[in-house]
Design a protein around this ligand. Structure first.
Ligand code: AHM
Ligand code: MG
Length: 333
């Protein structure tokens, strides 16, 4: 098989993009490079899972009362260390941290960005070799450059995101990121240890024939959601527009498929969990931003996710996202 050696690495791609942005300082590119570096390190550990003693539970729970896996802890520490050393980020908020962390060092305080992060999404799939991921969002600080960052820097509406992206540790490892200029995907070339452009200018197909939901919770969903799921199923059988159900339990994997192939992803509220399960700041907002930049749509049921003012770092929200047409029919149901 021929490998194309002329394709751009993430850094080369960013350098070329910068030529079109006369005002850019390169700080965002540096930050993306740091995220890519941390991702490569996490990828090494993910690939060794099973060989080395890094699988399983730590025995601890996070601020949300969920069990923390050892790889969760490793990924969180790795991203935190790389972003701190990289000095292009003033602080981070993470699923694995009770509160945000301000790097509060002279060089980091000079940075204009903060990062929100789910270091290892799909933790329950780690032990069984199903794709897992990292989700990130990058905000310009509200607080002044030069002083330590503050909570208001992290509690911004998704519409203020400067960039958002994810890494999927799957059959290959990919980094996908979105800015207002578009969405681009890079595949890790293990022979050179670099992310190289493989999916330029990603557009989410206008329509799709896959729905992705934890159907086990069906009887706890509200009437509108049940009706939509029923309508997806009724199309099956002899109907040529049949919908298939695909659900891995890793948001990154299910959203990656939805972005590339079209379809809809749903994580609704239930009678017991009236805000759903997924977290607004570091799971839903980054994906809503990516989907919108790729021509898709995301809501919390009625309102655009990106317009919600977060009140706390670990706030949950129902989440529905996908192809423009499928989302339209979901919203009209
Ligand atoms: P995590 O961030 O602790 O891994 O949890 C979030 C995950 C998402 O990736 C996924 O969409 C969802 O939880 C699956 O939840 P459920 O098992 O309730 O369907
Ligand atoms: Mg998660």
């Amino acid at each position: 098989m021929m490998i194309n050696r002329n394709i751009l690495t993430l850094e080369e791609f960013r350098k070329q993009e910068l030529r079109f942005l006369s005002h850019a300082t390169g700080e965002l590119s540096n930050l993306l490079r740091d995220i890519a570096l941390a991702a490569k390190r996490v990828n090494v550990e993910v690939n060794k899972a099973g060989l080395e003693d890094i699988l399983g539970d730590t025995g601890k729970t996070n601020v949300q009362g969920e069990g923390v896996q050892r790889l969760d802890e490793y990924a969180n520490a790795e991203f935190m260390a790389v972003l701190r050393r990289g000095i292009s980020c003033a602080g981070i908020a993470s699923e694995e941290l009770d509160d945000f962390i301000c790097f509060d060092e002279e060089l980091c305080n000079q940075s204009k960005y903060v990062v929100v992060l789910d270091p290892l999404d799909g933790s329950s799939n780690i032990d069984v070799n199903i794709s897992i991921g990292t989700i990130f969002g990058i905000y310009r600080r509200k607080s002044q450059k030069g002083i330590p960052c503050s909570k208001e820097d992290f509690l911004q509406k998704g519409e203020n995101l400067v960039a958002a992206g994810y890494i999927i540790y799957g059959s290959s490892t990919m980094l996908v990121y979105a800015t207002r200029r578009g969405v681009n995907g890079f595949t890790l070339d293990p022979s050179i240890g670099e992310f190289t452009i493989s999916h330029p200018d990603i557009k989410c197909p206008k329509n799709g024939n896959v729905y992705s939901v934890n159907q086990g919770n069906y009887y706890n969903y509200d009437h509108g959601v049940k009706k939509f799921i029923d309508s997806c199923q009724k199309k099956s059988g002899s109907d040529s527009s049949a919908c298939s159900l695909r659900y891995t339990g890793t948001m990154v994997a299910d959203m990656h498929r939805t972005l590339l192939k079209g379809g809809i992803f749903l994580y609704p509220a239930t009678a017991d969990h009236t805000k759903g399960k997924l977290r607004l700041v570091y799971e839903c907002n980054p994906f809503a931003f990516i989907l919108e930049m790729a021509g898709g749509k995301a809501t919390e049921g009625e309102n655009n996710i990106l317009c919600i003012q977060p009140e706390s770092l670990h706030q949950r929200t129902p989440f529905f996202a996908g192809s423009y047409q499928m989302m339209k029919s979901f919203l009209s149901d």
